[in-house]
Design a binder for this molecule. Structure first.
Ligand SMILES: [Fe+2]
Ligand SMILES: [Fe+2]
Length: 191
């Protein structure tokens, strides 16, 4: 699904379901980071004016998601706080090549994969959790994260050929799958 090379292992749901409060806090951080990623790309590649529209739309949508998750936290009476993040994002970012244009391609493809994994997990949550309102909330975010995935892959094609982007996406998706299969003991959206 969406370039991912493996589904989430069953143990992920088993790990997060007893900690849905903490997962929601982590989710808020993820939406904030997603807005930051798009904003950083906007600053890094200002000469790519064709990207500005898509990136600024993603910044707005992710900030809107952030506000929505904060609203959910308030509804459930959960206090927003700092959390130790899963190692997932850091490990993916370590694979980004240092030199342009490979760096731009990798930054966009890593963002695309993170969107894809979020999407896969929102789908798992909407189908698995008993709280119908929370399940519907996760369901409501599914489509926009799927769209962000495709937009990031298309943006990468502005820096390299479609063939090279496909091949690099395949490599990075392999790494992403390895990280996911290894897992992380923290109950996080990307553990
Ligand atoms: Fe989002
Ligand atoms: Fe997104």
């Amino acid at each position: 699904m969406l370039s991912l090379k493996c589904p989430s292992p069953d143990r992920w749901l088993e790990n997060v379901c007893p900690h849905l409060d903490e997962l929601l806090i982590d989710h808020a951080h993820c939406e904030k980071k997603a807005a930051g990623t798009a904003m950083n790309l906007l600053f890094a590649y200002p000469e790519q004016t064709e990207l500005a529209g898509d990136l600024s739309a993603i910044v707005n949508e992710e900030l809107d998601h952030y506000r929505q998750v904060l609203g959910q936290l308030a509804n459930y009476g959960i206090r927003f706080r700092r959390l130790k993040p899963a190692a997932y994002g850091k490990r993916l970012h370590e694979a980004i090549r240092p030199n342009e244009p490979g760096r731009a391609v990798d930054r966009l493809l890593v963002a695309a994969l993170i969107e894809a994994r979020s999407c896969e997990r929102f789908d798992l949550l909407r189908r698995s959790i008993d709280d119908e309102k929370l399940a519907a909330f996760y369901g409501s975010l599914f489509e926009s994260e799927a769209r962000h995935h495709s937009t990031y892959v298309q943006m990468a094609c502005r820096f390299s050929s479609q063939e090279e982007v496909r091949s690099r996406l395949d490599e990075l998706a392999g790494l992403e799958a390895d990280i996911i299969q290894e897992g992380d003991s923290l109950p996080r959206m990307h553990s």
